[in-house]
Design a protein around this ligand. Structure first.
Ligand SMILES: [Zn+2]
Length: 309
């Protein structure tokens, strides 16, 4: 996948201001502003600070870059992460224009990488990226009117860590309920029964969701989890047909029904940093051995999120 925005991260800046992040087995190379990455979350801050400082400014000029390696993550996911990192405010716009130019058979791949981004952001504790990924996923499901596939549910409940996937599971369960109570439900019901037998946690989450819907007198047939409603845009009756935007956000437990903290943060987004270069693969091959390669995820659980398209 190549983004129309990839030009935004091509430039001529090199040296000590930049950290190179190698992603996946193939070690795809991303050059990212050190300050921006470090300030994004404590995960990157800790690991960037652990990189030995260059012995002289000359080392930076000579290409002795700081390098992190994320061996278990998908490079295409990380590309979306970098887009979010640099363009948080305009992230939805970029995704939207990417969808307009992208070949339709890539839509599901983008979906998969947004799911991966959500899980990656959960692992490194970066709620802003999680919630941006969730918003985008809901928007894609609405745009293409996708159902929740049995394979996606099996992935969330069979392959993912429960804590990492808690928000995705909540949303996927709501999607399943909506599907099962809609038209053409016989086939979906058959698939769901098999899933409930295989994943008791899914069955429990599903019944909890139905219970909550009943308590709030919501009609599961028409309250669509694809449709997110920004809190300040809610008019009477709207919430019958969709969910408040923050329902599936990571901050829900602390903020409750309050204003979305990301909406506040977006109002104070600093001006974008200057462009960062993307290095050629040959450069990576040639100087990788000299680089000080650190794997920040070495000490994390061996979690790898597979293709679920
Ligand atoms: Zn929110």
């Amino acid at each position: 996948m190549r983004w129309s925005t990839s030009k935004a991260i091509v430039g001529s800046l090199e040296g000590c201001d930049v950290v190179r992040v190698l992603v996946g087995d193939e070690q795809r190379d991303f050059a990212i502003h050190r300050k921006l990455l470090s300030e994004s979350c404590s995960f990157f801050k800790t690991h960037i600070e652990a990189i030995p400082a260059p012995s002289s400014p000359q080392d930076c000029d000579d290409g002795e870059d700081s390098v992190l390696w994320l061996p278990n993550e998908a490079p295409d996911m990380f590309e979306i992460f970098v887009l979010w990192l640099y363009q948080r405010r305009r992230f939805p716009t970029f995704i939207d224009s990417a969808l307009q130019t992208m070949c339709p058979d890539k839509f599901r791949t983008l979906r998969t990488n947004l799911v991966r981004l959500h899980l990656f952001a959960a692992i490194i504790d970066l709620p802003g990226a999680q919630d941006a990924a969730m918003d985008t996923l809901q928007d894609m499901y609405l745009r293409f009117d996708w159902d929740m596939s049995p394979r996606f549910l099996a992935f969330l409940y069979g392959d993912c860590d429960a804590q990492h996937a808690v928000r995705l599971r909540k949303w996927a369960t709501a999607m399943l309920a909506w599907t099962l109570h809609g038209a053409d439900k016989a086939a979906a019901r058959h698939d769901a029964d098999k899933l409930f037998a295989a994943y008791p946690e899914l069955k429990a989450d599903y019944h909890l969701h139905l219970q909550k819907m009943a308590q709030s007198r919501a009609d599961v047939r028409i309250k669509n989890p694809q449709l997110r409603l920004p809190a300040n845009g809610l008019r009477s009756g709207e919430r019958l047909f969709g969910f408040r935007q923050c329902t599936f956000h990571s901050h829900r437990a602390t903020v409750g029904e309050g204003t979305c903290p990301h909406a506040l943060a977006l109002g104070h987004t600093p001006a974008p940093l200057p462009p960062v270069p993307r290095r050629d693969k040959e450069d990576v091959e040639s100087d990788r051995e000299e680089a000080d390669i650190i794997s920040p995820v070495r000490d994390l659980n061996e979690v790898s999120y597979l293709d679920l398209s």
